[in-house]
Write a protein that binds this ligand. Structure first.
Ligand SMILES: [Zn+2]
Ligand SMILES: [Zn+2]
Length: 226
């Protein structure tokens, strides 16, 4: 018997005539925890997977006005709504270094990735953390998620100074200075950015604008929660 990686309750293997002769699949998450995640089947906004929108949302339209290119971020695809349960899980890996929890999402992430991204070649670029943040957390969630896809993450970016983003408000973040530096002169292939959450979109869009300026044909993102 295995235990749920999130809540530690025992997972009872489900026996039916379909799997009676096969060894049961090793589940990482119990049925109750799976039930508390809200899958985004049909996104409200097709560009960012916001659920409470009909068509391209206000934030996406506003971002387009701010940037010098059209379609800086081609689209963001997310797996689940960032609800209270998701917030609890993310807090455990963000502030308590409980990175093993990320593994609970391996299969769902691979499935979504195969559905949405497998049609073309791309570089999977890790989102850099500041040194302090990396030290405090002990791992980079973006790299961890890329490795769950069986892909080697590439480093195209550096961070300027420290990370104070989470302390700033939503409006402050949209107009704030870009905290990243691209360390390549030219980016010839499409890029997929992978992260745990898409909140305002400022992180992926700040990265995307630098990639586009270096000639990147398209930038999209895959995030667990939205
Ligand atoms: Zn559970
Ligand atoms: Zn949107």
């Amino acid at each position: 018997m295995s235990r749920c990686i999130i809540c530690f309750t025992d997972i009872l293997p489900e026996v039916s005539w379909i799997n009676f002769f096969k060894p049961p699949k090793e589940e990482k998450m119990c049925g109750r925890c799976i039930g508390r995640l809200e899958k985004i089947e049909i996104p409200g906004c097709p560009k960012c997977y916001r659920i409470d929108a009909q068509g391209v949302c206000f934030d996406c339209r506003r971002w387009e006005e701010v940037h010098e290119f059209a379609d800086v971020l081609e689209r963001n695809v997310s797996l689940y709504h960032y609800n209270d349960f998701a917030r609890e899980i993310v807090a455990r890996w963000k502030y308590r270094g409980d990175f093993i929890l990320i593994e609970a999402f391996a299969e769902a992430l691979q499935t979504k990735h195969n559905e949405q991204f497998l049609s073309r070649e791309a570089d999977y670029v890790a989102i850099p953390l500041s040194k302090e943040r990396l030290k405090e957390r002990g791992f980079n969630q973006s790299e961890a998620l890329i490795s769950l896809l069986g892909i080697q993450a590439v480093d195209f970016f550096k961070r300027k100074g420290s990370e104070k983003q989470s302390k700033r408000g939503r409006r402050g973040r949209m107009g704030a200075e870009n905290p990243f530096l691209l360390v390549k002169d030219r980016v010839a292939r499409p890029v997929v950015l992978v992260d745990d959450i898409y909140t305002t979109g400022s992180t992926v869009r700040n990265l995307a604008v630098l990639l586009k300026r270096a000639g990147c044909p398209s930038v999209s993102s895959l995030t667990l929660f939205r």
